[in-house]
Design a protein around this ligand. Structure first.
Ligand SMILES: C[S@@+](CC[C@H](N)C(=O)[O-])C[C@H]1O[C@@H](n2cnc3c(N)ncnc32)[C@H](O)[C@@H]1O
Length: 251
């Protein structure tokens, strides 16, 4: 695969009892011919530094896809004044929408949530999710929308930009989502505990952090080596703080 030279996958396949258990629970992953670049010691987080188009065909059988793909609005190409001050560079990944890949996601899992789904020609749904940002300045969007494949009432969460910065740290990624919004997302679509969540556009790994904190398994894909490294470091730090997964009923 094209990414192999960028980031050798020398972390993979720790062999522990828990690993074996997880592999037995997730045959789709265990049979994957494509080795992850990182597998956590407990086996419940797997990461790929790759273009998701190369890896997705090997990842049927997940419980949920929860993702935040490029919106095609060039946001990362034009860092805000605050971002520029912190050295944020112009990035090109959200200059286009990867339509074919995103439109193929709902067929891959029983539960599917696509943040920024309003930028894609997805089927009609009642089940939109809204993240309202009460402290967004007039020049910014006052909220974001997620498409879901569920026939349920629209739901909304209010979460300030200030709270995101305070709780999650600022500037990990130009379009970083709050961990709270991602864990709320999983509650809204009822991702099962210990369920396997796939995020093919992982960025700084916010969906992974939400999975770790709420006792779900995670597989993430990110093609940018710098963002992959941020996610990898963030996830390792989170895992080192203790394993909620093992405390769950039936854990
Ligand atoms: C909107 S950002 C995700 C931000 C993330 N939710 C967070 O909180 O950090 C989308 C990410 O998808 C990545 N990306 C774009 N195209 C990709 C592809 N074909 N395969 C894998 N990653 C891709 C970009 O590098 C970017 O980091």
């Amino acid at each position: 695969m094209s990414h192999a030279g960028n980031f050798p996958n020398n972390h993979c396949m720790h062999s522990t009892t828990t690993d074996t258990l997880i592999a037995a629970e997730a045959p789709a992953l265990a049979q994957s011919p494509c080795s992850p670049d990182f597998v956590s010691e407990c086996g419940r987080v797997r990461l790929y530094l790759a273009d998701c188009r190369d890896v997705l065909p090997m990842h049927g059988g997940v419980d949920a896809i929860i993702t935040d793909p490029p919106y095609g609005i060039s946001f990362a190409a034009h860092p805000t004044a605050g971002g520029r001050k912190r050295g944020q560079k112009s990035e090109t990944w959200d200059n286009d929408t990867p339509n074919d890949t995103v439109l193929s996601l709902p067929a891959m899992a029983p539960l599917c949530v696509i943040w920024g789904g309003n930028y894609y020609p997805l089927p009609c749904t009642r089940g939109w999710l809204i993240w309202r940002k009460p402290d967004a300045p007039p020049s910014m969007a006052h909220g974001e929308l997620a498409w879901t494949n569920l026939d349920q009432n629209l739901r909304a969460i209010e979460w300030t930009i200030a709270a995101t910065r305070e709780k999650d740290g600022y500037g990990l990624h130009p379009t970083q989502k709050p961990v709270r919004v991602m864990s709320w997302t999983m509650e809204q679509v009822m991702v099962p505990h210990r369920g396997l969540v796939l995020d093919p556009f992982m960025g700084s790994g916010t969906t992974a952090i939400a999975c770790i904190r709420t006792g779900r398994r995670f597989v993430g894909i990110e093609k940018d080596p710098a963002h992959y490294a941020t996610a990898h470091e963030r996830i390792q730090r989170e895992l080192s703080q203790g394993d909620l997964f093992l405390d769950l009923p039936n854990g």
